[in-house]
Write a protein that binds this ligand. Structure first.
Ligand SMILES: Cc1cc2nc3c(=O)[nH]c(=O)nc-3n(C[C@H](O)[C@H](O)[C@H](O)COP(=O)(O)OP(=O)(O)OC[C@H]3O[C@@H](n4cnc5c(N)ncnc54)[C@H](O)[C@@H]3O)c2cc1C
Length: 379
């Protein structure tokens, strides 16, 4: 395996690093989970997009630079190392876009991707329902055929950033008579401000509306907003889920930067020997995850699909993130408990890692059954 970057990739790294050094805001933007912070992050997306840095691996015609997956990984390393803001467009960019690139029509790609790249249209993921989380296939929201499209009704929940987002993508039951729950589902896109949509924000423990519930009452969705064939939603959603767990949602660049920050914190605190091994583990873990992801990306570029291996990634990054933040809080002692510490906020969010993008119990089942060939667990 060749671990060296090409000259072109190295040149791209230099160019990206220089741009970021000149443009990353000098002080952190307000929290993404507030109206003010959302607007500030949207403006940052526009700034990135103006010079085609927001979606570097996309085709040029949609606003990208066609860097390929390795180029994207390189960009992510530079991005997080530069201390750049979290990405408000992430749900769209890392989940919906790959889905459209694989299963959408050219009309959908040309219409949806460019305003996603600029942050003009921010997307929310509307998959979970009150009775359909881990068992997503039991979802009940329905899509009923009508002239020129579908009438959609039901309830979605835990939709991150839907309080401020513009549009959403989700799965709906279009054939209630299908023999199995994951059959007869349709994947579609809808407007969060369409007639019949009620968005009710859900506050986090700190009160910020990081999620929303969506109530849908006979919302009209035109045919052009169905992704893939009606009834094929499950297959399409599983390719989205692979992206969420495997590559795009948590790139190694983020953890390399976090591990480096932890190393610096350890030094600032006088290099206490008691934390030495945990800091070393964080550095090794970030590097291991980087190499594992490069290997997965190389296989992907050679035509392999992401498959159940992405569940390994998901379990790894979510547990890694918690361990890294716990080490930081132990190093900080009482200071780490203060609500405005970045480490404390990061720690609280890391606790959600084993839940979102599919819980780790479910990922372990996937690994056991599909990678290790163990018998199916009792459900
Ligand atoms: C920070 C955050 C952001 C999120 N953002 C979004 C979003 O943007 N859009 C969206 O649609 N959803 C989102 N979610 C929802 C998320 O996908 C669900 O919370 C998750 O899939 C789990 O579903 P649930 O909450 O219904 O828990 P349940 O499915 O009820 O699970 C409860 C517990 O039981 C365990 N369990 C359930 N079934 C099994 C089984 N068969 N075997 C073993 N253990 C099992 C689970 O692992 C878990 O520990 C988000 C969640 C969080 C925490």
């Amino acid at each position: 395996m060749d671990l060296a970057f090409t000259e072109e990739e190295e040149a791209f790294r230099t160019e990206a690093g220089a741009w970021l050094a000149a443009h990353v805001p000098g002080s952190p933007l307000p929290s993404l989970e507030t109206a003010e912070g959302f607007a500030a992050h949207r403006a940052w997306e526009a700034e990135l997009a103006a010079e085609r840095w927001s979606v570097v691996n996309w085709p040029a015609r949609y606003g990208g630079r066609e860097t390929g997956l390795i180029g994207w990984l390189v960009f992510e390393e530079e991005y997080w190392a530069a201390g750049a803001p979290g990405r408000v467009g992430q749900n769209g960019i890392s989940l919906l876009a790959p889905t459209l690139l694989d299963h959408g029509t050219e009309e959908q790609r040309a219409r949806v991707l460019p305003p996603m790249a600029t942050g003009e249209v921010v997307w929310a993921q509307a998959w979970s329902e009150p009775e359909a989380g881990s068992d997503l296939a039991s979802l009940r929201s329905k899509a009923v055929r009508t002239d020129g499209g579908w009438r959609v009704s039901g309830q979605k929940t835990w939709s991150s950033r839907a309080a401020f987002a513009d549009r959403a993508f989700g799965l709906f039951r279009s054939d209630p008579g299908a023999p199995k729950p994951h059959q007869g589902l349709t994947y579609l896109m809808f407007d969060l401000r369409a007639p019949g949509v009620t968005v009710r924000p859900i506050g986090r423990l700190d009160g910020k509306p990081a999620f929303a519930e969506l109530f849908l009452d006979e919302v009209f969705v035109p045919d052009r907003d169905v992704i893939g064939e009606p009834g094929e939603g499950w297959r399409i959603a599983m390719s989205t889920a692979g992206n969420e767990r495997g590559l795009m949602l948590r790139s190694p660049g983020r953890f390399l930067a976090a591990a480096d920050r932890l190393r610096r914190l350890w030094r600032q605190q006088g290099s206490p020997p008691s934390a030495h091994d945990r800091v070393a583990d964080a550095l090794i873990g970030a590097r291991a995850y980087q190499l594992f992801t490069y290997a997965a990306a190389s296989r992907f570029l050679e035509g392999a699909s992401l498959g159940p291996e992405s569940s390994l990634n998901k379990v790894f990054w979510s547990e890694y993130d918690i361990a890294l933040h716990e080490t930081a809080l132990d190093l900080l002692g009482d200071e780490g408990e203060s609500a405005d510490s970045d480490w404390a906020e990061g720690y609280v969010f890391s606790l959600a890692g084993p839940i979102y993008a599919g819980t780790n119990e479910i990922q372990r089942d996937i690994v056991a059954e599909r990678l290790l060939g163990l018998p199916k667990g009792r459900r």
